[in-house]
Design a protein around this ligand. Structure first.
Ligand SMILES: Nc1nc2c(c(=O)[nH]1)N[C@H]1C(S)=C(S)[C@@H](COP(=O)(O)OP(=O)(O)OC[C@H]3O[C@@H](n4cnc5c(=O)[nH]c(N)nc54)[C@H](O)[C@@H]3O)O[C@H]1N2
Ligand SMILES: Nc1nc2c(c(=O)[nH]1)N[C@H]1C(S)=C(S)[C@@H](COP(=O)(O)OP(=O)(O)OC[C@H]3O[C@@H](n4cnc5c(=O)[nH]c(N)nc54)[C@H](O)[C@@H]3O)O[C@H]1N2
Ligand SMILES: [Mo]
Length: 891
């Protein structure tokens, strides 16, 4: 502890703090216009200067570290006069009418505090610069710029986008974006960090211009991707007016992406469904909750009577809370009596969960985001993190900009690939030969961690024999990556430790998805890159709560907490006081097959646009048409609801309910009710309880708060027993957390694996049955881009669609030239399974012969053409490979 005297009072403080940090803690306010807690101190504005005993000149408090025995004066006549001069200088050309209009801006507050007016700073006329309103979310008015450079630095240091530049010097200094006249044309990714950091409003959120300042800010969790950023939701007159990042969140550390910060206006979309509805003779009719519930209950009961409980299937939602997912699987098993329950992890990271459970014993990320800053090397495989998990992507990018090594394995040149030391641009679907060859190189070049293998691996000799076959030369013929590059990448991952692996759908959404993850786990194990800081196998999970939905038991084979039905039925029968079904449940893909075969008759789908997002939609249409009864529970009339539902249950959004989400690093975080839900929309959990009551099972679904449900979950799954609502009031906790004093677990497997020693996987290569041919010469990869989210249901109802209007087909310039296509031209894309129309975008991120697109636009509906093949272990669709041809559309 250090001891300091400030303004005659004594304080103690830990080492490594700046004076300004300490002032903030003890409530002393000094102007600090170039300071932002998320940035390295710049000490250029000179407003935070203080007197330190023994120093001749005043010192900047933002960059001076506290030392023992320091004596500091923060406010004296001399210092205050000096500050006033500094601020008056900054305001010399300032448009003072803005001060009155926006008194809350940090700079304006200081001008007011020091009584600086247009007259007092001898202003003749403020400079006049055009206001740039080209961007849908951010307005730029550089007449208000005081050159504090927070925008420049936050764009560089937090996001890593380098949009803002300081040009010229002295009086002429000003800040411009890296585009000519319009900010919208810059390389900005709309994260909004600059607007967040700006102390004047020179760069400002259009939301705050439109709606004004929030009356209160309520902490909650973002409802888009699996990163799980913490947000402060600004509310005024009971409406959301803006979203800002939580500065001290361990997840996002004061950062957000465009969707988290700006894409929330879907909540107020004119076509949001707010009344329960029943479809009669092809027409939707609004009804009371009582009628909707009774109608649905009657139908489900009748189908159960006629076809048995397994005639019904249910789907949980990766967008809904843990509590809600827990209830729907409990409903399936207790009220209906079926294990036909699944969720969209099936089409996403189920292969990860399976592979990691088989090999390591736990099907979740081994490490935490905070390991990113500890890693020396990153291996990023089939994951486009800067677009799909932008806040984690930005953290990785920052480390790479500071010198960490980066290896990318992806058929496309993603943003991270352009920064990578090695980009292994493999042929789609060939992860197995490539990863096996990396293991081979590690063995032959003695790069393996002998001690780790000795201590923690069971079948090393066996594996060695297997892997000798997979020389980089042999693999290169299949995966089209040069053998030397495979060796170099293997060497870097094995030697520049600690090395941290992130993977995504480029691994899982293949016929060898589960095996792909196993091959990755092999690499981590043989190099000892597991169980230590800055290492591990880390899937970047899909939606806000896909990890939770699966962990709650929305899976045909397991109950809550990954408890196997095979072994834990009795325990759950005791817990729920009900006999439970022992029939093997159907997974989502099997549900589709069973429906088409006439064996499944009803589905209740909670928060999942299943028809739109499953592959080979033309075939799926037959499955859905064979169902007698479908309930969709959503905020919007999604494609599944529009075409196939008989009943629609309208839900509260994530801003309108309580509960918890589980992010990619196993962190349970608390969602808060920020606004009330419109008309008769209700939280999913209330709807499930109401259905249970209507079907005479209220004794098992008698909850009045989400917390009561969570407390029941804690009783069923000991890894979250220690996580109470009270304990996560301030910050989330990562499971396993077995007791009320346990702080949670940031790194798994530090000493042991649950099974003691583990086995390496010997994986043979069997290529995808989907192959290009003369008739279908291109390989189509589908995936994501930054602006839209999955089924597009939410983002297309926000101004994000002004930035990206539609799905685009990314095509290499040489292919476009050959097909005589110009950028933006609409084409017909055809596979064996169907066709779709969308514009081409000529771009070098795709290799020749490969094209890429997203699947979010309802009008394009790309899943009409995607291939039906599935992962060998868990049936995840191979969304990443479809053979297609592209035809010019005759005008
Ligand atoms: N902006 C945005 N963010 C999202 C989403 C969104 O829709 N939009 N969706 C969320 C969801 S549900 C999920 S699951 C995650 C997914 O996030 P990611 O896992 O990043 O998803 P994708 O873009 O589908 O695929 C990742 C990469 O896999 C590559 N790939 C394709 N085939 C192969 C292959 O054979 N081998 C290798 N190594 N790579 C290959 C693709 O080129 C692509 O760059 O994103 C989440 N975040
Ligand atoms: N071609 C192609 N297709 C793919 C993929 C691909 O890479 N390529 N990826 C696949 C993957 S990984 C995934 S995860 C799926 C995603 O497919 P979906 O899960 O269908 O997509 P989402 O857009 O995440 O949202 C599902 C629905 O949840 C609703 N919703 C949001 N919040 C709530 C809530 O609190 N409660 C309820 N009840 N509903 C809510 C939304 O309005 C939306 O209709 O798509 C898959 N489809
Ligand atoms: Mo996903």
């Amino acid at each position: 502890m250090l001891h300091v005297e400030i303004n005659g009072n004594n304080y103690s403080c830990e080492e490594g703090k700046t004076l300004l940090n300490l002032f903030h803690e003890i409530g002393i306010h000094v102007p600090s216009l170039c300071f932002d807690p998320r940035l390295q101190p710049e000490s250029s504005c000179r407003a935070c200067l203080v007197k330190i005993e023994g120093k001749e000149h005043l010192q900047p408090s933002c960059s001076t570290y506290v030392s023992d025995g320091m004596k500091v004066v923060t406010h004296s006549k001399e210092i205050e006069e000096y500050r006033k001069t500094v601020l008056a200088m900054l305001a010399k050309d300032y448009p003072f009418e803005e001060v009155a209009k926006n008194p809350d801006k940090e700079f304006h507050q200081w001008l007011h505090h020091y009584d600086i007016t247009k007259n007092s700073c001898d202003q003749e006329h403020a400079i006049n610069i055009n206001v740039d309103t080209s961007h849908p979310f951010i307005q730029v008015d550089m007449s208000r710029c005081i050159r504090c450079t927070r925008c420049v630095r936050i764009c560089n240091e937090l996001q890593g986008q380098f949009v803002w530049h300081v040009i010229e010097r002295g009086e002429q200094t000003h800040i411009i974006a890296n585009s000519q006249n319009s900010f919208a044309k810059s390389s900005c990714v709309s994260c909004g960090a600059c607007a967040d950091a700006c102390p004047t409003g020179a760069i400002e959120d259009k939301h705050s211009i439109k709606y004004g300042t929030a009356e209160k800010n309520i902490k909650s969790v973002c409802a888009y991707c699996g990163v799980g950023c913490e947000i402060n939701v600004g509310v005024k007159d009971e409406k959301i007016v803006g979203i800002h990042p939580v500065y001290d969140s361990p997840v996002n550390k004061g950062h957000l992406c465009v969707k988290g910060r700006y894409a929330w206006e879907y909540v107020y979309a004119a076509d949001r469904i707010t009344e329960p509805m029943i479809k009669e003779n092809g027409e939707w009719k609004k009804v009371s909750w009582k009628d909707a519930l009774q109608f649905a209950a009657k139908k489900l009961t009748a189908i159960k009577m006629k076809y048995g409980a397994d005639g019904v299937a249910l789907l949980g939602s990766a967008r809904a809370t843990n509590e809600e997912n827990y209830l729907i699987q409990k409903f399936a098993r207790t009220v209906i009596g079926t294990n036909n329950i699944d969720n969209c992890a099936r089409v996403c990271h189920q292969p990860t969960a399976k592979a990691m459970t088989i090999m390591l014993g736990t099907g979740a990320a081994t490490n935490s985001y905070d390991d990113i800053e500890q890693a020396k090397t990153f291996l990023v495989v089939g994951s486009n993190a800067t677009e799909n998990h932008p806040v984690v992507g930005a953290r990785i990018k920052q480390m790479v900009l500071k010198g960490a090594n980066l290896i990318i394995i992806d058929p496309r040149k993603t943003e991270l690939a352009s920064l990578a030391k090695y980009h292994l641009q493999l042929k789609p679907g060939t992860n197995i030969p490539l990863l096996n060859a990396m293991a081979n190189a590690m063995l032959t070049e003695s790069l393996v961690d002998v001690d780790f293998i000795e201590e923690r691996i069971d079948n090393w000799n066996d594996f060695k024999n297997f892997i000798t076959y997979w020389t980089p030369e042999k693999a290169a013929k299949v995966c089209h990556v040069h053998p030397q590059l495979i060796r170099d990448a293997a060497k870097l991952y094995a030697k520049a430790k600690p090395a941290m692996c992130f993977h995504g759908l480029g691994v899982t959404e293949h016929v060898q998805g589960t095996e792909g993850v196993m091959a990755l786990v092999n690499l981590a194990l043989i190099t000892g890159n597991i169980g230590k800081p800055g290492t591990g196998i880390n899937p970047l999970r899909g939606q806000n709560n896909v990890q939770g939905s699966a962990a709650m038991g929305c899976d045909p084979a397991v109950y809550t907490g990954m408890a196997l039905i095979k072994t834990e039925k009795n325990r759950f029968e005791d817990l729920w006081q009900t006999p439970l079904p022992s029939n093997k449940g159907l997974n989502l893909l099997e549900m589709m097959d069973a429906a088409a075969a006439g064996n499944l008759k009803a589905m209740w789908i909670m928060g999942y646009d299943t028809f739109f997002s499953l592959p080979d939609a033309n075939a799926k249409q037959k499955s859905f048409e064979s169902l007698e009864f479908v309930i969709v529970q959503d905020m919007f009339m999604n494609e599944t609801a529009k075409r196939f539902a008989n009943v629609f249950f309208p839900v509260a959004s994530s801003f309108e309910k309580e509960g918890t989400f589980m992010n990619s690093e196993r962190r349970i975080q608390k969602l808060r009710r920020v606004i009330s839900s419109p008309q008769n929309a209700k939280p999913d959990w209330e709807i499930v309880c109401d259905m249970a009551k209507t079907m005479n099972h209220q004794n098992l679904f008698n909850y009045s708060t989400a917390e009561e449900i969570w407390n029941e979950i804690r009783q069923t799954w000991k890894a979250v027993y220690g996580i109470t609502y009270e304990r996560i009031e301030d910050a989330g906790i990562q499971w396993p957390c077995a007791s009320l004093t346990d702080k949670g677990t940031t790194i798994l497997h530090t000493k042991n694996f649950p099974a003691g020693k583990v086995k390496l996987a010997k994986i043979k290569f069997a290529p995808s049955p989907e192959k290009t041919s003369k008739q279908y010469p291109f390989t189509l990869i589908t995936g994501r881009r930054l602006y839209h989210f999955n089924a597009g249901t939410m983002t297309y109802r926000t101004p994000v669609k002004e930035i990206e209007e539609t799905d685009l087909l990314y095509m290499h310039p040489n292919d476009a030239q050959r097909l005589k296509l110009s950028d933006g031209e609409e084409i017909n894309i055809i596979s064996k399974y169907g066709s779709a129309i969308l514009p081409v975008h000529i771009h070098t991120s795709s290799k020749q012969g490969e094209v890429f697109t997203t699947f979010s636009n309802k009008n394009v509906f790309i899943n009409k053409i995607t291939a039906p093949f599935r992962d060998n272990y868990v049936e995840t669709p191979e969304y990443k490979i479809t053979a297609v041809r592209i035809e010019k559309i005759d005008k």
